[in-house]
Design a binder for this molecule. Structure first.
Ligand code: NAP
Length: 285
């Protein structure tokens, strides 16, 4: 069994992004991200901190806009409109989830798709449906998982892949990106009858649900590649959705939690900022 070392691959990707940023800065362009954080959700604060650290590592500038929990959808959209028009801003990131009084779809829709570095805007998600060549600003976790599999030379084409979870940020876009790469993909969710019957067929099993030990050893095909996206806190410890101790006896490759998919997500955000920056500055020159 081999560990899919997301931390190592992410560090390499960050180093590559830093080099791209250096070239941009030398040509007079400073990539810059605007963070919007609404409320003080502890997990969101910690994710923003990790993303800020990655910006520092790659020399991407950032500015931080904090809103109180009680802010209105319109107040947030007004700032987004301003940021959409600023030439020095290349990426806009609204840290999700938003408080329940805010209309998340309207907020995401307000972001200029060219600055949508999270890849959640319907324009970017829709473009991805066409084929792989139209993937550009794709959601960071799916992008990170594809890069991780490619780095370890794990074939995707023709493989039987089971995706558990169909959220808009992980399961759905990743299913589409795998289909774009000619995998035979089955997407499972809460309403799937007999989850185990599907997972047992998987040559690559990807799990993004948020339930610790949802996947146990008896649900895994011997030799399968396991990608665990879940982040759960159990007794003060971070664990995924896959029972790691049982899975490692069956899997050929497995991502650890932490140190698997998480670092890839952050590194892909930095890569998306550079993609957005290059496209925007080419357009304006
Ligand atoms: P989400 O929006 O809550 O989606 C969870 C998905 O799991 C939904 O599709 C849900 O189906 C499905 N589900 C719920 N119970 C299930 C069950 N018993 N069997 C099968 N499917 C079930 O979550 P998310 O944002 O995709 O995140 C999922 C997990 O990944 C969380 O732990 C999150 O913290 C983690 N995450 C990690 C990263 C990273 O970088 N490592 C990034 C994003 C998310 P229904 O919609 O039908 O209820």
């Amino acid at each position: 069994m081999q560990i899919l070392d997301g931390r190592k691959v992410a560090d390499d990707l960050l180093a590559h992004t830093k080099e791209e940023v250096r070239i941009l800065i030398n040509s007079g362009i400073q990539p810059k991200l605007a963070f919007l954080l609404i409320g003080k959700h502890p997990a969101s604060l910690s994710y923003v901190k990790q993303k800020e650290m990655a910006c520092q590592k790659t020399n991407i500038q950032y500015e931080h806009h904090a809103f109180p929990e009680t802010s209105s959808t319109q107040e947030i959209i007004s700032l987004i409109s301003e940021l959409n028009h600023r030439e020095d801003i290349h990426g806009i990131l609204v840290q999700l989830p938003l408080p329940s009084n805010i209309e998340t779809p309207l907020v995401i829709k307000a972001i200029n798709p060219e600055k949508d570095v999270d890849g959640f805007h319907a324009y970017n998600l829709g473009k991805m449906m066409l084929n792989k060549n139209f993937e550009s600003l794709t959601p960071c976790t799916p992008k990170g998982i594809i890069i991780l599999l490619e780095t370890y030379k794990i074939p995707i084409e023709g493989q039987e892949i089971v995706m558990v979870g169909h959220s808009n940020i992980v399961g759905k876009p990743l299913s589409m990106m795998l289909l774009n790469r000619n995998a035979t993909i089955t997407t499972c969710h809460k309403y799937t009858k007999n989850l185990k019957a599907h997972t047992l067929r998987a040559e690559i099993l990807i799990v993004a649900v948020g339930l610790p030990s949802l996947i146990t050893g008896d649900m895994i095909k011997p030799g399968a590649v396991i990608v665990d996206v879940g982040i759960n806190r159990v007794d003060g410890k971070l664990v995924g959705d896959v029972n790691f101790e049982q899975a490692k006896e069956k899997a050929s490759f497995i991502t650890p939690v932490p140190g698997g998919v998480g670092p890839m997500t952050v590194a892909c955000l930095m890569a998306n900022i550079v993609i957005a920056c290059k496209k925007l500055t080419q357009k304006n020159s």
